[in-house]
Write a protein that binds this ligand. Structure first.
Ligand SMILES: [Fe+2]
Length: 193
C-alpha cells in the first residue's frame, strides 16, 4: 500500500487525538481550526493541488474518512467565476479552508417565520474573502455560499461526517424556494507522497 502524503497523515493523526480526547463536536472543530490553517498554508500541498481534477457538477474529492470517528476530509476544485449555491450542510460541522486561489465566502440568515418547509427568505449578512490560509467554521444548518474567484481555486474541507447521502438544503435567495437533496458526489482521491 502506498504511503499517504506526510502532511496529510500528520493532520489526520492530530485530528484523531482531538476526537479521542474531546467529546463535544463544536469544541473539536475549534481545536481543529488552527491545524487546518497550517494545512492550507502548506506549500507542498498547494503545489500538489495544481493538477487536481475539477469538481464541477457538485462533486467533492474524498481524501479520507475516519472509520472510528467518522470525520471526513474533502477537497473542491472550482473553475474561475464559479457561481456557488446558497446551502446548508444539515447536521454536519464543517471547516473550510482555501488552499489556492481566492473565493468569496458568503453567510446568510433566515428572516421568515420558519412556518414552511419548502420556503425560506434568506438575507446575506456577510461576505469575506477566502485566501490561502483562511479557514471558515460552518456550524450545522448555517446557510452560506462559496463563490469562485477570478482564477481556478482549490479548498480543503474537514467535515464531522461524510456528506453525499445526507439530505442538505439549497435556498433560492430570489424566489424563496427550498430544495432538499443529496450532497456532493464523493470522488475517492488518494494523496500519496
Ligand atoms: Fe458549503
Amino acid at each position: 500500500m502506498s504511503r499517504r502524503m506526510p502532511a496529510l497523515q500528520a493532520f489526520i493523526d492530530d485530528l484523531r487525538a482531538i476526537w479521542a480526547s474531546e467529546p463535544d463536536m463544536g469544541a473539536r472543530m475549534e481545536r481543529a481550526r488552527p491545524l487546518m490553517e497550517t494545512l492550507v498554508r502548506n506549500r507542498e500541498l498547494q503545489a500538489r493541488s495544481a493538477d487536481w481534477p475539477s469538481t464541477e457538477g457538485r462533486k467533492n474529492l474524498l481524501l479520507y474518512v475516519d472509520e472510528e470517528h467518522e470525520f471526513a476530509i474533502n477537497a473542491v476544485v472550482r473553475v474561475p467565476g464559479r457561481k456557488g449555491s446558497v446551502h446548508d450542510h444539515a447536521h454536519a460541522w464543517v471547516l473550510y479552508g482555501v488552499l489556492d486561489g481566492t473565493e468569496s465566502l458568503e453567510r446568510y440568515e433566515r428572516i421568515d417565520d420558519r412556518s414552511r418547509e419548502d420556503f425560506a427568505q434568506v438575507r446575506m449578512t456577510s461576505v469575506s474573502m477566502g485566501t490561502p490560509g483562511k479557514v471558515d467554521l460552518v456550524p450545522p444548518f448555517d446557510i452560506h455560499a462559496e463563490q469562485g474567484g477570478p482564477t481556478r481555486s482549490v479548498a480543503m474541507i474537514l467535515r464531522s461526517t461524510k456528506l453525499g447521502s445526507i439530505t442538505q438544503r439549497q435556498y433560492d435567495p430570489v424566489t424563496g424556494e427550498v430544495r432538499p437533496g443529496p450532497g456532493p458526489t464523493q470522488i475517492p482521491f488518494e494523496l500519496t507522497g
